[in-house]
Ligand binder design. Structure first.
Ligand SMILES: Nc1ncnc2c1ncn2[C@@H]1O[C@H](COP(=O)(O)OP(=O)(O)OP(=O)(O)O)[C@@H](O)[C@H]1O
Length: 274
C-alpha cells in the first residue's frame, strides 16, 4: 500500500546574520492512512520544522529541498490554489498555544463554522449544528453557550478541545499536532490527549504528533521517530519489546521509568483503544 505521506531527504536551511544554517539534514519518513507517528526529541532538534514542512508553513526565507509527498502529490511544488485546497481539505494543524492561532475578537462559533460555510458551502445553520454536536463529542459542556463565547472566556484545556473540534469538523485525512498538550496541567493534558486519540482512531485519521514527551508519544502513536540535531536518529515501535540502538535514544529511554518494565509495558495514560 502506498504511504499517505512520504517525506524524503527533507533539508531546511535558514538565513541569518551569521550566514545560512541547515537545521534539517535529510529527514525521511512515511505514514500510512490512519496511523499515528510521534516525533520526539530535545528542544531545537527539528521536530516543529519537520512538521511545518508537511504543510509548507515555514518562513519565506527558509530554503527547503527534498520531497514531501501527500497521497501522490508533491506538496513542495503545489501551486497556491492546490496548497489552499490541501490545507483546508486534507490536513488540520493544531498548535501548542491555540490563543495565538484564533482571532480573540471572534466567537468560538464563528471560528468553528467559518471553514464549513466559506470553503464547503454548508449553510450557517447546518454548520452551527455540526459544530455544537462535535463540541459535545470532545467533551465541551454547554456547547451552544460556548459557541457564543470568545477565546478569552475559555480555559487552555477547553480551548484545546475547541481546536480538536475544529480539526475534526474539517474532516481532514491527517492531523498535525505540535506540542498541543505541553502548556496544560497534567490532568488536563491527559484528558485532551485521550479525546484526540479516541476521536482520531474512530475516524481513521492519520496523525503526526510532535512532543518532548516520549511517554505521551508512546501512548498515542503507532511509531516514534527520535530526532537530534536535525536528523532522525531512531525509529521505534512502542510496546513491550521496544529497543533502541542510537545512544541518544537509549539515554532518553533510560531516563523513563517505564523502560524498566519491558515485559509488561504500562503507559501513564488511560487510553482505551477499544
Ligand atoms: N524561523 C526560523 N528562523 C531561523 N531558525 C529557525 C526558525 N525556526 C526554527 N529554527 C531553528 O531550527 C532548529 C530546529 O527548530 P525546531 O523548532 O524544529 O525545533 P524543535 O525540535 O521543534 O524544538 P522545540 O521542542 O523547542 O520546539 C532550531 O535550531 C531553531 O533555532
Amino acid at each position: 500500500m502506498a504511504a499517505l505521506l512520504q517525506v524524503e531527504d527533507l533539508r531546511v536551511s535558514f538565513d541569518s546574520a551569521a550566514g545560512r544554517r541547515e537545521v534539517l539534514h535529510g529527514v525521511s519518513f512515511g505514514l500510512e492512512s490512519g496511523d499515528a507517528l510521534g516525533i520526539v526529541g530535545e528542544s531545537g532538534s527539528g521536530k516543529s520544522v519537520s512538521l511545518r514542512s508537511i504543510i509548507r508553513l515555514l518562513p519565506k526565507r527558509a530554503e527547503v529541498s527534498g520531497s514531501v509527498c501527500f497521497d501522490g502529490q508533491e506538496v513542495l511544488s503545489m501551486s497556491s490554489r492546490q496548497l489552499r485546497q490541501y490545507r483546508t481539505g486534507d490536513v488540520a494543524m493544531m498548535f501548542q498555544d491555540p490563543r495565538a492561532h484564533i482571532n480573540p475578537v471572534r466567537t468560538i462559533g464563528s471560528f468553528l463554522t467559518e471553514l464549513l460555510v466559506l470553503e464547503r458551502g454548508v449553510s450557517a445553520k447546518d454548520a452551527e449544528s455540526r459544530a455544537v454536536r462535535i463540541l459535545g463529542e470532545v467533551g465541551v459542556s454547554s456547547a451552544a453557550r460556548r459557541m457564543r463565547q470568545r477565546p478569552s472566556e475559555l480555559s487552555g484545556g477547553l480551548l484545546q478541545r475547541v481546536m480538536i473540534a475544529a480539526a475534526l469538523l474539517a474532516q481532514p485525512r491527517i492531523i498535525l499536532a505540535d506540542e498541543i498538550s505541553t502548556a496544560l496541567d497534567v490532568t488536563t493534558q491527559e484528558e485532551v490527549m485521550a479525546i484526540l486519540d479516541e476521536e482520531r482512531r474512530q475516524r481513521g485519521l492519520a496523525m503526526v504528533f510532535v512532543t518532548h514527551d516520549l511517554d505521551l508519544a508512546a501512548a498515542v502513536c503507532d511509531r516514534l521517530l527520535v530526532m537530534k540535531d536535525g536528523n532522525v536518529v531512531e525509529s521505534l515501535v512502542p510496546g513491550a519489546a521496544m529497543t533502541a540502538n542510537d545512544p541518544y535514544t537509549i539515554a532518553l529511554m533510560e531516563a523513563r521509568s517505564w523502560f524498566e518494565s519491558t515485559a509488561t509495558q504500562e503507559f501513564p495514560l488511560a487510553v482505551d483503544h477499544g
